[in-house]
Unconditional design. Structure first.
Ligand SMILES: [Zn+2]
Length: 464
């Protein structure tokens, strides 16, 4: 009976999967119905496990009535600009062209720095951020300091935006965004950026519990202010809000320095970008430079551009230099000076310390639902779905995220296992019942046999 029970359970599971897929198809057909505005918020450098280590009562309230994804695999290199552009394009850095904080483009013979030329659209035009797509669909957008949102990418800035200024407080950014949302109903997408807890993480290191507690208390207060503003302006129940981050943070140390000058004469190369992923442009013999760097330090890997592992998706762009150096977690690459930040990010995106999280709340999202993981590039197709616009080609997957949505008839693995085990228990019970009833049949015939015997006994005296 066990094999037939398993077959029944498998058939039940198969039919449920079929129902789920059918549900997706019908939902896709209705995707354009009832579109709520969407607010995407990034708190820079919010490492996923801060959620387990710090109280964060406002953030907990936010996702307890919504959804939480424990950690996201972000894109390599795990720096601020590459990851913020990935969030709004769904593309790996090699495809959207914002590859680092400092880049050199050999075709244009120009250098990009987040501090100097970041508002020149030529660096950003390889991709289409979601606000451009929303505007091309006939709606309006608003942005508060999101990296790239003050650049006329493909000749369009967001409808409402602020020029980047780190001195503008979180509260002023929120007040501007919510005013734009209230005043103009055509605003469908808003994006909001805040510099903490990244700044504190860099200055003190994520292991400094005292300073990180203060910084995260302030971040949580800001989340509380955002929720309060959305409620007071009548937006809370109408707007879908996604809160996420670009990357995590790891502890560095003066004891973990890799000094390139100890391995190679500085005149032989240009150091385009620094730690923890250094971009090296050799001035003389590439092989000579590579051989020296590849033997430089046991906690640093050197890659020729063509040999960068495919899983990093960091190879196919002219702005990636002929040699890149990748430090192990917590190690810092310097040329000669001992400039050091106690916390840093940019390392391999497979490291949990580099991962951010995602929380979301709003009419589109389930309540009290939790997923362990998906990729940060999956947020872009999710946002396109929420806004009812077509996705540009991207590296994300909507199917990874759809279980977050209230409209999806989605069963998670635990539910499927529970239903299969439940089905097996019912089958086992039915089987036992059947065996019990079948064994009862001979017992019920015994009284007749005894009666016949008694009749025989009764007959005997009569014959006598
Ligand atoms: Zn950042």
């Amino acid at each position: 009976m066990a094999p037939s029970g398993l077959m029944f359970a498998f058939a039940a599971w198969s039919s449920m999967v079929t129902i789920t897929q059918a549900g997706n198809e019908s939902h896709a057909r209705n995707a354009s119905a009832a579109i709520s505005p969407l607010l995407l918020v990034s708190f820079d450098g919010f490492r996923a496990d801060y959620l387990e280590k710090y109280p964060l009562p406002n953030l907990r309230e936010f996702y307890s009535d919504g959804v939480l994804v424990d950690h996201l695999t972000n894109v390599f290199i795990t720096k601020t600009f590459p990851n913020h552009y990935s969030l709004v394009t769904g593309l790996y850095a090699e495809s959207h062209g914002i590859l680092a904080s400092t880049m050199y483009d050999p075709v244009m013979n120009r250098t990009f720095s987040v501090h100097n030329h970041s508002i020149d659209a030529v660096w950003w035009n390889e991709a289409t951020p979601i606000w451009v797509s929303v505007q091309n669909s006939g709606y309006k957008t608003a942005a508060a300091m999101w990296p790239g949102s003050d650049v006329a990418i493909q000749n369009k800035t967001p409808t409402y935006f602020m020029k980047y200024d780190s001195k503008v407080s979180f509260r002023d950014r929120v007040l501007s965004l919510t005013d734009w949302l209230v005043r103009d109903e055509a605003v469908r997408l808003t994006v909001l950026y805040w510099e903490e807890p990244d700044n504190t993480g860099h200055t003190y290191g994520p292991d400094n519990v005292t300073e990180m507690t203060k910084a995260l208390k302030e971040v949580d207060d800001n989340i509380g202010f955002l929720m309060q503003q959305l409620k007071s302006k009548g937006l809370w129940d109408k707007i879908n809000v996604i809160v996420t981050s670009d990357h995590g943070m790891t502890q560095c140390s003066p004891d973990r320095l890799i000094q390139l000058d100890k391995c190679l004469n500085a005149s032989t190369y240009t150091l385009v970008d620094e730690t923890p992923v250094a971009a090296v442009l050799p001035r003389t013999n590439v092989s000579l430079v590579f051989n020296s760097l590849s033997k430089c330090h046991s906690h640093m890997k050197a890659y020729m551009k063509t040999d960068i592992p495919d899983r990093l998706h960091y190879k196919n762009n002219v702005r990636i230099q002929p040699i890149i150096l990748v430090a192990d977690e917590g190690w810092t690459i310097v040329q000669n000076e001992k400039h050091l930040r106690l916390g840093d990010h940019g390392y391999d995106n497979s490291l949990p310390s580099m991962h951010p999280f995602l929380a979301a709340h709003g009419p589109a999202f389930r309540k009290g639902y939790r997923l362990p993981h998906f990729n940060s590039v999956d947020i872009y197709p999710l946002m396109c779905h929420l806004l009812g616009i077509s996705e540009k080609p991207n590296n994300g997957s909507f199917s990874s995220t759809r279980c977050l949505l209230a409209s999806e008839s989605c069963l998670d693995l635990a539910s499927i296992i529970g239903i299969v085990i439940g089905s097996l228990m019912v089958l086992t019970t039915l089987t036992c019942l059947f065996i019990f009833i079948r064994n009862r049949v001979p017992n019920s015939s015994r009284p007749f046999a005894r009666l016949e015997l008694q009749e025989d006994d009764d007959d005997d005296p009569l014959i006598d």
